[in-house]
Design a protein around this ligand. Structure first.
Ligand SMILES: [Zn+2]
Length: 703
């Protein structure tokens, strides 16, 4: 490890207009958590902070739609989100919220300092105004065509399609998201952060200074923005939900959500420091502190350009050391979407796969969108659980613990002389801590986790090759050595898996009665830094052969992972299929109206209430049913193309609407005397258009 031992790790503040899903976990929180847990295990001083982002326009839109206050909306989702993080073992030192007092004060003071030192420009500009709603439109209150890529539903502050960040007035054909009206321009006064003045500095700091150590996807995006030329950005808004602009004459204005949100990292650190009796300032102002922002790619501009420019303008803060942003995760080939319910929600996952948080953490890391967009599929989820976690990791541990209990009553045996294979396996094991550490330090979590699985593979292969269960009959002494070596690998796994699979690591440590449990490690890092490298379990694996000494007693075997069955996966796929159909029905546009007809023409049609009295399949036709319908006038034959939607027996006795004076026509040789009116339901299934009122008699005229 490098000399610095203080880390401030931030994870993107989740926006509180909905719960969180696997995309959030994969892109931001799991990698950030792996990093934070790993550093703590190295004895580093870590502040891992986050909180709910509770201001901004989408929350006010949601509140309006639901007829509640914005505070109601954020209270609801803050609770759900916070619980999801706890449930999935995301080990924040502090999880705050931007509606907290400490944050309002911190953000307000931050703004005031920039204001007092003349870092803003103040301008009266023409902004979009909705005359119907009597309100200025910024950010998500406006939808229009993106000036860069032509996407027609770009928001006022950012285009979701190409990621470009712009001002609302840049949109082509803007429309109000509140009323749908075309906005007018109206003058208003705002404060701007003159980003153009920071261009030279940003070029030097990022384009020259971080060419090698920042991820290519992050560096590339930043470069393209800087190359396009930066423009002043308004940091205030005409809105009533947010942090009031702390300047006289700014009534009715609040800080732009993207100005206040990143300051939330600082407020969260302050809140944590207050709770634990620490000084927050070194975590943000000491030049030896490493500040690392974990975010998704849609936040790159704010964390690499706007927030650093704010910190630079303020003057006393450190700048991020790295911003290892991820690309997006898709679900079954389609973009995850909160509004379209195309997601795996964390709270729902836990109901359906109770106690299996680590499986999801594992799969999301194995498929992490580190360098390009990646896809989550349920089949892959099942395969990775069954073929990797169960068949390799779980199987190895189970064999070791079961056999140790069976042969030695759970006592680690005394090893004899090592064979060449034993020596080789132990040497290989000793190399892993450094290999995994190196990947984590370079933010390559997928690679790191793959190496972790290689440790389990090493153990699994060792047992499979040595076959102690066979040797026990012929060479008991040799088996002692084999089991001893296998137990060392098992204990190394308990330590090395902790950043990735904290729940499993904890179970395994309990099973082996080995090392510090991960929950203890988290508690100890709310302040205490490990003093003695002797206590660094991670390093010990690389230094010593003996992790579990002979004579140590382990516990009983407990299953770490269990097989996921096809039915469970099928259920998830059906759930997504239902979402898809519901979305399609929702988006289905009504067909355009047909040509105008006259009243006379309409009255020519004789529509009656009828009852189906007989129904059977038309031979050799898979779509047709031959029906006998009581029309009140007579009982007649009608051939209807509904055989794929209904079984004959289930529609007998059904009331239907019949066009009785349709000219008879022959279908497959059967004369059909009329037509039954049908429509489609949400799932695209045929349904009868029928009077659902009780007691409507056959033959009643419909007009
Ligand atoms: Zn665009």
């Amino acid at each position: 490890m490098e000399s610095s031992n203080r880390y401030t790790i931030t994870a993107a503040l989740p926006y509180t207009n909905g719960p969180i899903h696997i995309g959030h976990l994969a892109g931001v929180y799991v990698p950030a958590d792996i990093y934070a847990r790993f550093l703590r295990m190295q004895g580093q001083d870590v502040a891992f902070v986050c909180g709910s982002d509770e201001h901004g326009v989408p929350i006010t839109i949601k509140a309006k739609k639901e007829g509640v206050t914005p505070q109601d909306v954020v209270d609801k989702y803050h609770k759900i989100i916070k619980k999801s993080f706890e449930d999935f073992g995301i080990s924040f030192n502090n999880y705050s919220r931007t509606s907290a007092k400490v944050h309002h004060k911190t953000a307000s003071e931050f703004f005031k300092k920039l204001y007092d030192t003349g870092k803003f420009t103040e301008e009266s500009t023409q902004q979009l105004y909705d005359e119907q709603a009597q309100q200025f439109l910024a950010d998500r209150f406006v939808v229009g065509t993106c000036p860069k890529c032509g996407y027609e539903e770009s928001y006022g502050d950012q285009c979701e399609k190409c990621g470009t960040s712009h001002n609302a007035t840049d949109l082509i054909n803007p429309k109000s998201a509140i009323t749908g009206a075309t906005p007018v321009l109206k003058e208003t006064r705002h404060w701007f952060l003159p980003l153009d003045q920071y261009e030279g500095w940003l070029k030097e700091w990022i384009l020259e200074g971080h060419k090698k150590d920042w991820k290519p996807n992050v560096y590339g995006q930043v470069k393209s923005w800087i190359d396009d030329g930066l423009r002043p950005r308004a940091v205030t808004r005409d809105l009533d939900w947010g942090i009031p602009v702390p300047v006289e004459g700014a009534e009715g204005k609040v800080l732009y959500v993207w100005f206040d949100a990143p300051i939330g990292y600082i407020s969260s650190t302050k809140e944590w420091a207050e709770k634990t009796g620490k000084d927050w300032e070194p975590y943000w102002k000491d030049e030896n502190t490493k500040l690392v922002h974990f975010i998704g790619k849609d936040n790159i501009v704010f964390h690499c350009i706007i927030f650093p420019a704010m910190l630079k303008a303020e003057g006393s803060y450190v700048l991020p050391e790295n911003v290892p942003a991820n690309e997006f995760l898709n679900l079954e080939g389609k973009k995850l979407s909160t509004s379209k319910n195309w997601a795996v929600w964390l709270h729902e996952y836990l109901e359906e796969f109770p106690g299996q948080q680590d499986v999801l953490r594992y799969v999301l890391t194995a498929n992490a969108p580190e360098t390009k967009d990646n896809d989550f599929t349920w089949k892959d989820f099942q395969a990775r659980n069954n073929n990797e976690l169960v068949a390799i990791f779980g199987n190895f541990i189970n064999r070791v613990v079961v056999l140790t209990n069976k042969y030695y009553d759970g006592i680690v045996p005394e090893p004899g002389n090592y064979t060449e294979i034993d020596e080789q396996v132990l040497a290989e094991l000793r190399a892993y801590p450094a290999v995994i550490a190196s990947s984590i330090e370079r933010y390559r979590f997928r690679e790191a986790q793959a190496e972790l699985m290689n440790v389990a593979r090493l153990g699994n292969k060792y047992l499979a090759d040595e076959e102690p269960w066979k040797l026990i009959k012929t060479d008991e002494e040799r088996v002692k050595t084999i089991m001893y070596v296998a137990l060392q690998i098992a204990s190394a796994l308990a330590t090395l898996s902790e950043p990735f699979l904290p729940f499993t690591a904890e179970k395994l440590k309990n099973m082996l009665d080995y090392g510090k449990s991960s929950s203890e490690a988290v508690i100890s890092t709310s302040g205490v830094v490990l003093e003695d490298s002797e206590e660094n379990e991670w390093e010990q694996i690389g230094q010593r052969t003996e992790l579990l000494p002979a004579g140590h007693e382990i516990g009983k075997a407990e299953l770490l992972f269990s097989k996921i069955e096809d039915e469970q996966i099928q259920k998830q796929l059906e759930k997504l299929e239902a979402t898809k159909t519901a979305n399609e029905a929702e988006n289905k546009k009504a067909e355009p109206q047909k040509e105008i007809t006259t009243f006379e023409d309409f009255t020519k049609m004789d529509l009656r209430v009828g009852t189906i009295v007989e129904a059977e399949k038309m031979p050799k036709a898979n779509k047709l049913l031959v029906l006998k319908v009581d029309t009140g006038i007579d009982v007649r034959t009608i051939v209807s193309g509904i055989a794929q939607s209904f079984k004959p027996e289930e529609i007998i006795g059904k009331k239907v609407t019949v066009l009785v004076n349709l000219a008879p026509r022959k279908l497959r040789g059967v004369e059909s005397e009329g037509m039954i009116l049908m429509t489609e339901n949400k799932e695209g299934k045929l349904v009868f258009v029928n009077p659902d009122e009780e007691g409507v008699k056959e033959g009643t005229v419909i007009s």
